[in-house]
Write a protein that binds this ligand. Structure first.
Ligand code: GLC
Ligand code: CA
Length: 562
């Protein structure tokens, strides 16, 4: 059943607060900065803001290592600033979804500080502690950010598990007190009036309690833990419990970050009949092209594969669960650099990607700066990067390719999370209008060309195209609820489909290449009346019906069929 829900009709705008707008000239974005730009987000047409973590944190991983779930990070402001942000956003009709990071905390969280003191105290079991094996770690798992996933602690005289950085110890969800501690904290934020949660690495909270060694890939030092920590034995029990205890009591939106899942898994997390989450972020399209170095390469995205993945998710979840749609976020390279082209066709391809994003079934997520076509950053040296994952990977790849430093930098430039974390480009004044002082990470040197001020003043800009696509989505329910019907699956450059809902049918034609591409239109479609609703090619006009159509480089069109 495709019942109507506000979160299915939502347009989400993701903010990475550290890089959004600095209101007090310390080089770091903050809550007051966000308050200043609520009208900008509202005018774009977004209805929900997803705030990356704003909680008190020592920032080993930019806020994904939380020291106090009930306090705001000093650099970002105070809890009063937060309350103000929430109430002004609500007045403007914008909802706020918080990042919920509960697979792990900071090692500076009070639970962990007590936990590590000795093995007897009641907090010890809040985290995952194990004795060593043969004077080494309990198993061979590697951490996502490099190095081993276990760290020995002298006072506890045991090893603790950290799937990410050392300063991010994993919580022990087997312990009922941990689960209820988390639920109480969630209720506290919901009582404040927040509108939902984006749940960080939520499919990793239930670990295989045998903690077996993982498979070691050729050339790698550590074993892979993912098979033993993701979609674990009690994951659905935990999420159903969380739903029962907390989520079901509020009219909120929930989205789980779930890397490595299939459509079958997604039906379990987000199936309409499951009482778990509203939707999940799948990773197949952003993991395309991974190889023995994981994501670290600079291969182009194969469009036929991309089409297959999107088609599988669109059809696999139709009427059973709900998709979340995204092409970029704070962990991914800039979408236009990756799936489009950031040279000559930057604007054209950014608009093409917007056409894709807003014409699929699911809730679309815009990552800050995507709406003006911000690109990857051409940092030349490693000291310009800030991200812990990038810095650790640089060390690892440099040891792996000692003869080829240029290759290492190519991979870093293609995939570093910092591509998405450079300051938001507001205008052409120094530091891109983000701050009046040198920001915590350098701005992308292309800000005099690519910025909000310019985009707002040009009616043909990427920004205005996003705005129009959002309006179109709000005007045609087929774009939200319609079934996805692809055709021309064998074409390697183009992606074509219809969206159909009741008596409304829309036709979407997308060219993902730098050249012209001809699209064969099936007879049944070609015979119908066709009205052009939007195109990123200003010369495209309504055409009489024909069996094929030639698209310009990166052209994208949406038609209403009569
Ligand atoms: C998620 C976040 C990422 C963070 C990691 C550890 O993947 O999106 O930014 O580093 O979890 O919390
Ligand atoms: Ca600031």
């Amino acid at each position: 059943m495709q019942s109507k829900k506000w979160w299915k009709e939502a347009i989400v705008y993701q903010i990475y607060p550290r890089s959004f707008l600095d209101s007090n000239s310390d080089g770091i974005g903050d809550l007051q900065g966000i308050i200043k730009k609520l009208d900008y987000i509202h005018d774009l047409g977004a209805t929900v803001i997803w705030l990356c973590p704003v909680y008190d944190s020592p920032n080993a991983d930019n806020g994904y290592d939380i020291r106090d779930y009930h306090a705001i990070m000093k650099e970002f402001g105070t809890i009063e600033d937060f309350d103000k942000l929430l109430s002004i956003a609500h007045q403007k009709g914008l909802k706020i979804v918080m990042d919920l990071v509960v697979n792990h905390t900071s090692d500076e969280h009070k639970w962990f500080r007590k936990s590590r003191q000795n093995q007897e105290n009641e907090y010890h079991n809040y985290y995952i502690w194990k004795d060593g094996k043969n004077k080494a770690a309990p198993n061979n798992w590697g951490a996502v950010f490099g190095g081993p996933a276990w760290k020995y602690d002298k006072s506890a005289k045991q090893y603790y598990l950290h799937l990410f950085a050392e300063k991010q110890p994993d919580l022990n969800w087997e312990n009922e007190k941990v689960r209820h501690g988390v639920y109480d904290m969630m209720s506290w934020w919901l009582e404040k009036g927040v509108d939902g949660f984006r749940m960080d690495v939520i499919n990793a909270i239930s670990k295989d309690q045998r903690f077996p060694d993982g498979e070691v890939q050729p050339g790698q030092k550590y074993g892979n833990s993912w098979n033993y920590v993701s979609n674990g034995p009690r994951i659905h029990e935990f999420l159903q419990e969380m739903n029962r205890e907390v989520l079901s009591k509020y009219d909120i939106m929930t989205v789980g970050e779930t890397s490595g899942i299939t459509t079958e898994d997604a039906l379990k997390y987000a199936g309409f009949d499951r009482n778990e989450l509203n939707m999940v972020f799948q990773f197949e399209h952003v993991e395309l092209g991974s190889d023995e170095n994981g994501k670290w390469n600079d291969k182009p995205v194969p469009i036929p594969e991309l089409k297959k993945i999107i088609t599988r998710w669109q059809t696999g979840l139709d009427r059973k669960a709900w998709n979340s749609l995204y092409l970029g976020n704070h962990d991914q390279p800039r979408s236009v650099s990756r799936f489009g082209s950031d040279g000559k066709y930057r604007e054209q391809s950014a608009k093409l990607l917007a056409t894709l994003l807003f014409t699929l079934q699911g809730t679309p997520y815009i990552y800050q700066g995507e709406e003006i076509g911000m690109t990857n950053v051409p940092f030349q040296t490693i000291d310009q990067y800030r991200d812990i994952e990038t810095l650790n990977t640089y060390r690892k790849l440099s040891a792996q390719y000692p003869q080829d430093p240029a290759r290492v930098m190519r991979y870093i430039r293609a995939k570093s999370r910092d591509n998405a974390r450079t300051p938001m480009q507001w205008d052409s004044s120094p530091h891109a209008g983000f701050s009046s002082v040198k920001p915590w990470i350098s701005e992308n040197p292309n800000y005099p060309e690519i910025n909000v001020e310019k985009s707002l003043s040009d009616p043909h800009s990427v920004y205005h195209f996003y705005q129009k696509m959002i309006q179109l989505r709000k005007a045609y329910p087929a774009l939200i609820y319609g079934t996805f019907l692809p055709f021309g699956e064998e074409e390697s450059k183009t992606f074509c489909y219809q969206r159909q809902w009741k008596d409304q049918t829309l036709l979407i034609l997308l060219n993902f290449s730098e050249g012209n591409a001809s699209v064969p239109i099936p007879k049944a479609i070609a015979q119908r009346n066709r009205k052009l609703l939007i195109s990123n090619d200003s010369t495209r006009a309504d055409q009489t019906l024909s069996q094929s159509i030639t698209l310009q480089p990166f052209e994208g069109n949406v038609y209403l069929l009569g």
